[in-house]
Design a protein around this ligand. Structure first.
Ligand SMILES: Cc1cc2nc3c(=O)[nH]c(=O)nc-3n(C[C@H](O)[C@H](O)[C@H](O)COP(=O)(O)O)c2cc1C
Length: 506
């Protein structure tokens, strides 16, 4: 029940326990006692803010409407008188001051020549936690590197003496125009990198005629991103399937009503991978004496940002659920995270619209193969088993992971992909220069397309054919130090455990 008079900070502060837990978000008070579902990391974080203003912690992790949508109306307790809320003294650490200096000194956009440059800048200007979340990948981070390196095993066989005065690299994706054969893949928690979060992507995508795949776990709300789209701008939705299918149905049908043109169901994350850079942040941020192991009667707070936001994802998702999706929507259904031809074939036989050959940017199963490698086997086998040729309008193949250059995209298109997805490059672009950064990244890709199409002798997407690439080494799996300085200097090596006592004595 809403109070008539604004609550005071003192009143809110009284509700600071598991029995009665109120928090303030954006000037409003919410009774979140029912969100405390036992000994989970999520409950622990909520309790840390019990009786206090939680806006700063809440904002990058949750869209603005998350609390109002998920909490019963009677738990919305109304506004708080801002003058009465105890201000939490913000301590600006020496590290933060140094970061501000680096932000002020970052290179001008015109100095940025390729997508690797954005990664290098993001690494220096992002807060440590955000960099850890964005850059991390599973276990020993072999797959994340392989994603990129696999493109080095595909070489070009260009054609000469074709009139390449005019070249056109535009295409269609699921029947919708795109100025390049690529799209912005779904990546969560945009506000960790920039206050406008995913909206920077929406706006830049509009300017460049590119499709944005909206993530389920965005920091901005779904409606904010759709509202920010230009008239006619095409957006897809990435879906994590909730254990409560009622919630999933609501999300999907709302998306369709709002004009979303494709549903990408993530199928490679029944449990989130161990991303140790991200996890290590948790250990360092908190008092280690309090960190206990899950399953030993304690609270496992060691899982980083990723796990904190993903406990709703249903590990029981299976093939029979595809009928459920067909029954609730007419949007094309695409599986995101297919990793072998057998599953691609199954998706085709079920009448789905396509698959994304992806290992989630190396963040899930370590030693999963790269999307570009899987593409080669999928194209072979679907031709052999069902007589399909690619690219194919009815069943479209997408690839993501490790794409950093237009040449990478061109290789995938030559091998049969309709388009490829890019994740981190756009996050790093907005983290370093906001929307303008994303626009610059897209312009760089356009420029790379123009030159490489000419050098390859392909005047349009149809002329990028399998004969233009030699992928005969694609299945070689030597894990080696890549001969690729730009990528290598950005790659951050895993750290061993940082021992506090020793560090503080140094
Ligand atoms: C920080 C980050 C967050 C991501 N969040 C999601 C997500 O919420 N859902 C999803 O299906 N994929 C997610 N992905 C995977 C991307 O959609 C994409 O598969 C991957 O980033 C491609 O690899 P790349 O980063 O090398 O381009 C995420 C990737 C990153 C790096």
């Amino acid at each position: 029940m809403a109070h008539r008079k604004p609550l005071t900070g003192k009143e809110v502060a009284l509700h600071n326990s598991r029995e009665s837990c109120w928090i303030i978000v954006h000037g409003n008070v919410y009774d979140v006692t029912d969100f405390l579902d036992g000994e989970t990391g999520g409950s622990k974080i909520i309790l840390k803010y019990a009786g206090k203003d939680a806006t700063k912690e809440y904002e990058p992790i949750h869209p603005p409407d998350a609390i109002t949508t998920n909490l019963k109306p009677e738990k919305h307790l109304g506004p708080v008188d801002p003058g009465t809320v105890e201000k939490i003294e913000e301590v600006i650490t020496a590290e933060e001051r140094a970061r501000q200096v680096r932000i002020a000194a970052r290179p001008h956009l015109s100095e940025i020549l390729n997508l690797h440059d954005f990664e290098a800048i993001a690494r220096t200007v992002l807060p440590e936690k955000a960099w850890a979340y964005y850059s991390s990948a599973a276990d020993d981070e072999i797959t994340i590197r392989e994603n990129h390196c696999a493109f080095h095993r595909v070489w070009f066989r260009p054609r000469i003496l074709r009139d390449v005065t005019k070249v056109d690299w535009s295409t269609t994706i699921l029947g919708h125009k795109s100025s390049m054969p690529l799209y912005i893949s779904a990546t969560a928690l945009g506000k960790l990198g920039h206050p406008d979060g995913e909206l920077t992507l929406t706006r830049a995508a509009a300017k460049h005629g590119i499709i944005q795949m909206i993530p389920t776990l965005a920091s901005c709300s779904f409606d904010e991103m759709v509202d920010a789209a230009a008239p006619g701008q095409v957006q897809f939705l990435q879906l994590y399937v909730n254990k409560d299918r009622g919630v999933t149905k609501r999300i999907v049908q709302h998306a369709e009503k709002r004009g979303i043109k494709g549903l990408f169901i993530t199928v490679d994350a029944p449990q989130l991978g161990r991303r140790e850079k991200d996890m290590r942040q948790k250990f360092e941020a908190e008092d280690p004496s309090e960190v206990k192991q899950a399953g030993q009667g304690g609270v496992d707070r060691s899982q980083g940002a990723a796990r904190a936001i993903s406990s709703f994802i249903d590990p029981g998702l299976n093939w029979s659920d595809m009928n459920f999706f067909k029954s609730i929507t007419n949007m094309p259904l695409i599986l995101k995270g297919v990793q072998c031809w057998e599953d691609a074939l199954e998706a085709y036989d079920m009448g789905l619209a396509g698959v994304v050959l992806s290992n989630h940017g190396g963040r899930q199963l370590e030693f999963a193969r790269s999307g570009i490698e899987v593409l080669v086997e999928v194209v072979d086998k679907l031709k052999e088993k069902r007589g399909l040729n690619f690219p194919n309008e009815k069943f479209q193949l997408f690839v993501d992971g490790g794409v950093r250059r237009a040449t990478d995209v061109i290789k995938a298109v030559a091998l049969g992909a309709t388009a490829v997805g890019l994740g981190r490059p756009f996050i790093y672009a907005f983290s370093s220069h906001g929307q303008e950064g994303v626009e610059r990244a897209l312009q760089i890709l356009h420029d790379e397309f123009e030159m490489n199409m000419r050098l390859l002798g392909a005047r349009n997407i149809k002329e990028i054919v399998p004969e233009m690439v030699d992928a005969s080494n694609i299945h070689l799996h030597t894990v080696s130090v890549p001969n690729d300085n730009l990528y290598d200097t950005n790659y951050e090596r895993l750290q061993g455990a940082r021992i506090r006592e020793i560090r503080s004595k140094l």
